[in-house]
Design a protein around this ligand. Sequence first.
Ligand code: SF4
Length: 368
Amino acid sequence: MSFYQKWEQTSWDDIQLALYSKGATDVEHALAAKKVEHDDFLALLSPAAQPYLEAMAVKSHQLTRQRFGNTLGMFIPLYLSNLCANECSYCGFSMSNRIKRKTLSEKEIRRECEAIKAKGYDTVLVVTGEHETKVGMTYFLTALSIIRQYFSYVMFEVQPLAESEYAQLREAGLDGVMVYQETYHSRAYATHHLRGKKADMRWRLEAPDRLGKAGIDKIGLGSLIGLADWRVDSAFTALHLEYLRTRYWRSRYSLSFPRLRPCTGGVEPVSPISDKELVQLICAYRLRFHDVEMSLSTREQAAMRDGLFTLGVTSVSAESSTQPGGYAQDNAELEQFAIDDTRATTDVAAAIRRAGLQPVWRDGLPGW
Ligand code: SF4
């Protein structure tokens, strides 16, 4: 049985009903619980938990420091290609968008790696659009062999692959894979993924199972906040994580909570999340999963990010460019979505230190 079967048996409406019927007593029970179960998690995610945000933040901070120490990991995305054979309503790389398309050559990959290395990074998240014929396994293996020469921890965020392909990439030195489900709501998924292989929801839902079987060190999950009711999507993300942890316990897990951002031809969120609610979500995840890693991207504004550094996240990106080749040379026409925190890496690292934490550049060190 893969997560697909579990997802099929779980009713979106039932979770939504359970979540919105939670009251103050349920939240207090969750806050007092030694082990926060899924039902407690629903209470912490619910509107009824909003008056308890401070208590949640205190607990989340304590649990994060106990497990991860006073450190915050630093990583940077490395965009290799904006070619894409999919049509996603919220993404500037969608195939019908008339943007300049670019796939980095081996020489250009080296130039990007050198530009990133000069900023001090040792952990990269390699990102591509999803175009399996032109940016598939042959390209990934070549790119990985170059990137590994520069960085000690390499993660991919590319199209979902077969188990044997993940195993091959792991052998070639791949450490982590982020495969965000975007939404667990089948109708919303169909509405926002109009053409291409990404329209196959099952293939994507089962990708983390394939990663677990292939023995990938770190598996990243998350939903794109705004496509459907963010509370219910986050409840499904938590169910997915719990399912994976019990089956593929050798892997580490990481959660992300990207908010829908403006992009070329993009859609407006149907379920926007406020800043306070984003804090609530991060704290609820931490109370439920003490040892899960949580990463924060530059989609958030600088002030918001500074406030979140101590509340539960364990790694942050900085100075991100979503354009292939964007570190060695600037070209805003190629970007996937607009970023909000545009500070230099050194400024973000200084803000982390001001928050009483130590920026860590290499994944896998104690405390991260
Ligand atoms: S979200 Fe991914 S798959 Fe969809 S258009 Fe953008 S790059 Fe392509």
